[in-house]
Structure formats: structure tokens, C-alpha cells
Design a protein around this ligand. Structure first.
Ligand code: MV4
Length: 467
């Protein structure tokens, strides 16, 4: 086992990794930007090194500064968390060349899944279902038109170097396709330095289902079942649950086998996630693989009892998986996570940074909160707006919802605006209750919520009476 690990991240995930290390008797080194001096990860780690100014480009993305911090503190491994450098194959390579074990997959595995189009081709070759569409980058508009005609409209244009919904465009007819193609290529070039785009059949009202994979360096690989991440807004997940209410045991077995097959195709080692789209007829398609620990890993931990971060560390140090037989992985009850972001739902989810004056964290049976916030903490404008994750674990979905509702009522974060009110609205929505969410679900819930808010402003007495 390692004796010291550098945590190359901030916020709640840095805390999560430090907690795992502490329980395993591994010392930790935090790195932080000048703006993060008062962040809990800095104080909870055994050592801390300032790596640069507030902007990520000068700190959490600053490879020379992070490697220097690792060398100075003499760590034997580095955990990248999610975001920042977590899926940077070049960074993983540099770590390796400096004798610092990168706690994640090999640079080759990161690279082969980083090109979404290449990943698609890999899956096609081994018989993992992919959405009908192109195998290679679109060369010109005639090729695009020909393919769209073959797979039929609507189609979706995606960037090869994109992923997570960045640079996607839906087209319902030929005219839109031609104009969308040009803008998509241009955008992909500016955003990723790679203009390659491909076309897929647009699947209407799909569910976003992802399988958690764990693989060790001895060839053992299991999945920890699936998470349902259908509730997103502009490709940002808002609420996730495990297991998916849309997946029965027969489908779970089929999708799980395919997820393992997909990960084996790139000799995957460590924790990773295989994303699928599930259509309303029960057909599923490989979307992409995330080669990192994900924000929503906690709900899988709640229903399986597996500590995914500890497993990552053990795997990286050469140990075998704790559970190596697929049919020995427990699945107990139901867990749901609400992402608590410092954003104003009433103002198009605009970031709402600032000092938290009042903070009350929920607790009690079935509640887990992963957060770095506290009363007096200032949410910074430089980084992503997530200030924590509220998770509930119940015997079944309805119990998880009830726990979550009362926990959301306990959760006080003032005066900054957060996503707490919209989560309360999602949880009481009849479609959510019946697990009939779909792609534009948040748009619909938001519409109703806005109307309600407007009504309360205009005629507060009337709305109060109705309740
Ligand atoms: C799609 C799609 C429909 N057809 N691909 C990919 C990344 C993820 N953030 C959303 N993605 C989608 N890819 C094809 N061929 C629809 C989405 C999509 C979506 C999927 C599931 C749940 C919510 C969604 C919200 C927007 C877009």
C-alpha cells in the first residue's frame, strides 16, 4: 500500500479522497490555489502545498506545479478526482514517468475512450450496440446529407473530442443539418482543437443509464450495477438514482455484461463508467466511457456497500478487488442524490457565489452529505458551482424520496441561491414519482416552478390559502 498520496483536486471530492486515505492509514497531501486557503481539504490533509493563483489554468490544471508539489512532498501516488486533469492522458503519462502512481486507468485507456468516435468504432467491432450513425468523421455536407437520409431524421451531430453533451446539435431536416454541421465543426475546433464531428440517429425520450465498473490489474472485473442520470439540465446532471427504476433484472444482466465487455476491450483497470442510452422499447446503445471516479459514485456505494474510492486506491497499489465474483455484489434498497449547486434556478441557473452566513446540514437515518461547505465558507466564482451532494438511502425508491424530502427541508444554505428549491419540486412531480422522466423533464418542471414563483410574488395571500 502507498504511504502518501497527493490529492490533485479541490472541493467535496478532495475531502472524499482524504477521508478514504485516512481510514486506510495513508498520509495525504492537498494542493490548493491562492483562493482556496480556507477550504477544508487544505486543513484535513496532513500537508498542503499552494500551487498557484485562483484561476484553474494556473492551479488545478497547472501540471508543472502539481508535479513539483508531488516531488517536494515525496508522495508515491496521486488521485486526480474528477474534472481538471482526471481524464488527461498526457498528465497520467507524466505522473508515470516521474514514478508517481496515477490512481486511475492507463494513459492508453484514457486516450482510447477520450476520442468518442474511436470508442464507438471499438464498440462496433466487438458487438456492443451503438446508435446507428457514422463510423468516421464527416468530410462534407453531401456525406452528412447522405447518412442522415439513410438513418432518417432527426439526427444528432456530436464532436469526436466532445463528450458529456458538449458540442451536440439535434437536426430535424436537411436545411438544419447543413447549417448545424458548419457551426458544430467550427465550435469543436475552438473548444477542443479538433473539428472532427460524427452523426448519430437522434433517440427521442431516452434514459441515461450508466454502469459503474471496477477492474484490478489481475484481470478481475465487475460492475456495481447502474445509475439513472436522466434528470439533467443542459447536460449537467442534477439528480441521480441507483438502481434505475427503468431497468429490470433481465435488462440489468444484459447491459451489465455489455458494460464489462466494453471495458475489457480497452484493458481497463481501476474505476470507470460505461454510459448507455436506453430507448422506450428497451433497446440500449453505448454512448461513451468516463475514465474517472464520478460525482455520483456515492449512490452506488450506498446500495452496494462498496467503497469505490478505497477500491481505486487498492487497485492502483496492485491489490485485487475486494469482491471478484459478479453475483456476490450486493444490491440493497434504493439511493438518490441531489446535486446542491450555488446557482439560482429562478435566474436561468446563473452562478450564485458568495459567503454562506447560515448553514444547516441535514442528518439522521439514511442521509449522507458530501460537501466542503460550512457557515462562513465563501463559494468562489472561479470553479464549478457544486457545493455538495445530498444522498438518501432507503429500503425502496419511495422511502428514499421521503428521506430526501425531509433532508432537503432541513438543509439551510443562506443567503446564496442554491438548487435546493428545484430538487423539492422534482421530488413532488408526479412524472418523477412514476419514474417517467425524459430528456426535457427539467424544462417542464422549471416551467411549472417559475409559474408558481411568479404567482407567489403577485398574490402571496392567495397561494398561501391554497396550501
Ligand atoms: C443523445 C441523445 C439522443 N440521441 N444521443 C449525450 C450526453 C448526455 N449528456 C446527453 N446525451 C444525449 N445523447 C443520441 N444519439 C440525447 C441525449 C440527451 C439526454 C439523454 C438522456 C437523458 C437526458 C438527456 C438530455 C439531453 C440530451
Amino acid at each position: 500500500m502507498f504511504s502518501k498520496i497527493l490529492v490533485a483536486n479541490r472541493g467535496e471530492i478532495a475531502l472524499r479522497i482524504i477521508r478514504a486515505c485516512k481510514e486506510m492509514g495513508v498520509r495525504t497531501v492537498a494542493v490548493y490555489s491562492a483562493a482556496d486557503q480556507n477550504s477544508p481539504h487544505v486543513h484535513l490533509a496532513d500537508e498542503a502545498v499552494c500551487i498557484g493563483a485562483a484561476p484553474s489554468s494556473q492551479s488545478y490544471l497547472n501540471i508543472p506545479a502539481i508535479i513539483s508539489a508531488a516531488e517536494i512532498t515525496d508522495v508515491d501516488a496521486l488521485h486526480p478526482g474528477y474534472g481538471f486533469l482526471a481524464e488527461n492522458a498526457h498528465f497520467a503519462e507524466i505522473c508515470e514517468s516521474c514514478q508517481i502512481k496515477f490512481i486511475g486507468p492507463s494513459p492508453a485507456a484514457i486516450r482510447s475512450m477520450g476520442d468518442k468516435m474511436a470508442a464507438r468504432e471499438t464498440m462496433r467491432k466487438i458487438g456492443v450496440p451503438i446508435v446507428p450513425g457514422t463510423q468516421e468523421a464527416i468530410r462534407d455536407k453531401d456525406e452528412a446529407l447522405r447518412i442522415a437520409k439513410k438513418i432518417k431524421y432527426p439526427v444528432i451531430i456530436k464532436a469526436a473530442a466532445g463528450g458529456g453533451g458538449r458540442g451536440m446539435r439535434v437536426c430535424h431536416n436537411e436545411v438544419r443539418l447543413v447549417s448545424a454541421l458548419m457551426t458544430a465543426q467550427h465550435e469543436a475546433d475552438t473548444a477542443f482543437g479538433n473539428s472532427a464531428v460524427y452523426i448519430e440517429k437522434y433517440i427521442e425520450k431516452p434514459k441515461h443509464i450508466e454502469f459503474q465498473i471496477l477492474a484490478d490489474s489481475h484481470g478481475n472485473m465487475v460492475h456495481l450495477y447502474e445509475r439513472d442520470c436522466t434528470i439533467q439540465r443542459r447536460h449537467q446532471k442534477l439528480l441521480e438514482e441507483a438502481p434505475s427504476p427503468s431497468v429490470d433484472w433481465k435488462l440489468r444482466k444484459k447491459m451489465g455484461d455489455m458494460a464489462i465487455k466494453a471495458a475489457r476491450a480497452v484493458n481497463y483497470v481501476n474505476a470507470g463508467t460505461i454510459e448507455f442510452l436506453l430507448d422506450d422499447t428497451g433497446k440500449f446503445y453505448f454512448l461513451e466511457m468516463n475514465t474517472r471516479i464520478q460525482v455520483e459514485h456515492g449512490i452506488t456505494e450506498l446500495v452496494t456497500g462498496v467503497d469505490i474510492v478505497k477500491e481505486q486506491i487498492r487497485i492502483a497499489s496492485g491489490e485485487k478487488l475486494g469482491i471478484r465474483k459478479q453475483d456476490k455484489i450486493p444490491l440493497r434498497g434504493h439511493a438518490i442524490e441531489c446535486r446542491i449547486n450555488a446557482e439560482d434556478p429562478a435566474n436561468d441557473f446563473a452562478p450564485s457565489p458568495g459567503r454562506i452566513e447560515r448553514y444547516n446540514m441535514p442528518g439522521g437515518p439514511g442521509v449522507r452529505v458530501d460537501s466542503h461547505a460550512y457557515a462562513g465558507y465563501t463559494v468562489l466564482p472561479y470553479y464549478d458551482s457544486m457545493i455538495g451532494k445530498l444522498m438518501a438511502h432507503g429500503r425502496n425508491r419511495n422511502e428514499a424520496i421521503s428521506i430526501l424530502q425531509r433532508a432537503l427541508d432541513e438543509f439551510i444554505i443562506e443567503p446564496i441561491k442554491t438548487t435546493i428549491p428545484i430538487h423539492k419540486e422534482i421530488l413532488r412531480n408526479p412524472l418523477f414519482r412514476r419514474s417517467q422522466m425524459y430528456t426535457d423533464f427539467i424544462q417542464a418542471v422549471m416551467g411549472e416552478w417559475m409559474d408558481k414563483m411568479a404567482a407567489e410574488r403577485v398574490m402571496p395571500q392567495l397561494v398561501a390559502k391554497e396550501r
